[in-house]
Design a protein around this ligand. Sequence first.
Ligand code: UDP
Ligand code: MG
Length: 233
Amino acid sequence: MIELSIIAPIYNEEENIEYLYQSITHALNDKISYEIILVNDGSLDNSATLLNNIANDNLAVHVIHFEENCGQTAALWAGMRTAKGELIAIIDADLQTDPKDIVTLLPYMDNYDFVNGKRTNRQDTFIKKVSSKVGNGVRNFITHDTIEDTGCPMKLFKKEVANKYYLFEGMHRFLPTLAKMNGYRVIEIPVSHRERKFGTSKYGIFNRAFVGLMDTIVVGWLKKRHIRYKIRK
Ligand code: UDP
Ligand code: MG
């Protein structure tokens, strides 16, 4: 039985792939039974070949290749749908969060269904840090939520939480809010953070802030219109 599935979305991350694989195995070997699902979201660099080589050498690694770039939510959701673990951890391929922290989050699964990492000592540019703070504030205001770091790339949740999702592109930024909407218990726990060492961010101001705002309005609407009824006994 596999206890944990670790999913990483990958778009043009050739410099990070080997390091990602090594860090995950190093962090989790002997601690838990796990599989690694690496979802290649239509990379144009050498990522596909590197991923196939890793999967050929290790039966616990599964690779999914999209025909073309479909976006981070699609990659994560494809991973969730094939995950065999009782628990699912997601992490970005750039290793700005450390797979070792998955072990820190595991004990919270006894009392919660979803643990969202919260980046302490965030190692990003000033602009990114400020826009993230503003983004979280606006998101919480519109969606009536209290999540401090919804964009943290490290999250751990039960498979049943993933089974309840019906995602659209961009919704990877709202996973804790959507889990709460579906009735699950969510907590935020501090995790470490470091700079992106290799490769570049796939988002700019427009596709993060503007698209993010549009998506926030949609999630606010979804939450308001969410159907919850109880049948009288
Ligand atoms: N990613 C993806 N498809 C995309 C954009 C990004 O699979 O269309 C992956 C990317 O390779 C990385 C993660 O999603 O593993 C987060 O991307 P990035 O680090 O660029 O975002 P940031 O940390 O700057 O928000
Ligand atoms: Mg990143």
